[in-house]
Design a protein around this ligand. Sequence first.
Ligand SMILES: [Zn+2]
Length: 393
Amino acid sequence: MDANAVDLSTCEVLDDHCHGFRVEDLLALDPAGWEDRLTMMGMCFASSGGTDPGLAAQVAALRDSTMFALTARRWLAAYLGVEPTAEALSAARHAAMSVDPVGYISALMADQQIANVIADEGYPQPTVTRAEFEADLGARVHRVARIEPWIVELQALDLAFGDFEAGFERRLEEAAADPHTVGFKSIIAYRTGLDVSDPSRPEAATAYESWKGAGWPKDRGPGKTVRDWLLRATLRAAERRGKIMHIHCGGGDPDIVLTHVKPSDLFPFLHDHMRQPIVLIHSGYPWLAEAAYIASILPFVYLDLSEFLPWASLAIDGALETLLGIAPVGKLLYGSDEASEPEVFWVSARMTREALQRVLSRAVERDYLNVNEAERLGRGILAGNSKSLHGID
Ligand SMILES: [Zn+2]
């Protein structure tokens, strides 16, 4: 074996960002569309509520020219011991899922040593509870509680500002009291953008009345002031209760407010909360270097690596070099953003383990690290960093 080779083959994995599923919902989906649901575009089409048949046909037509889809097909076919064709793989996978879905999913997780996941319960809706997901997954599931579904619930109650605020605070406290909750999550990037203002309470109350009076429009008007106020309230609760804040940062599905989601848009907010751990979910992808730079100067900004992992496929090694080179590696947290099918967990963990071995081996060749240091850093990214940050043993 090459003396510079970094071996992470026996490392346990903690996936710090994913979404729950129920086995019965997976079994109800059209098996013919399964491969489409594995790709970034296919998953985004579903998560943005896509139903347009013309768009669905184009998503399917692009599958055989999408690098991630071709890699996933070949790797999963080898795992299941069938020919690497769409037909053979889909049939084998459908058979395995139909006979013993929980056994099949647990085996995928065990094969990649994925022992823990942190599930963002805000998607899909209605929420897949932590306990339901854990029963179907075969790995320990920890919770991050997303604030935006609570805002929707409270809007429907047509409350005065004080009651709205109290209802929001009560939900924060209830979530924090659950021993399985490791953090709070916001997708304000999908609502009014990451350029979060710092309104006073009277400003938030006035904006709330205008927003409610106008029928809760989804624009950057008074609703933005209220959402910014609620996000700051969430940071206060996270600090009080010792929970970690996860904030979606960067691109996402087609519903994203793409003009206001760069890491630099969030910088003033991060600067205001400099002493508090905040995870930038997706590392600001595709603005990875910007997020890495911020994590290199603000001590408590952490980076979740999901989204470019696994879907950037061939571009993953370069992206990891950027992040590992710029930010302290102890702040990098593995995640897959699985949001559709269980195989995403498996493909993503394998792709990441192999990419990290290559990137860290090159760091050893170039004499930035010795093999022991490289393997320690790799183990940290795959699980250890997230465990320490979120208090998972
Ligand atoms: Zn996600």
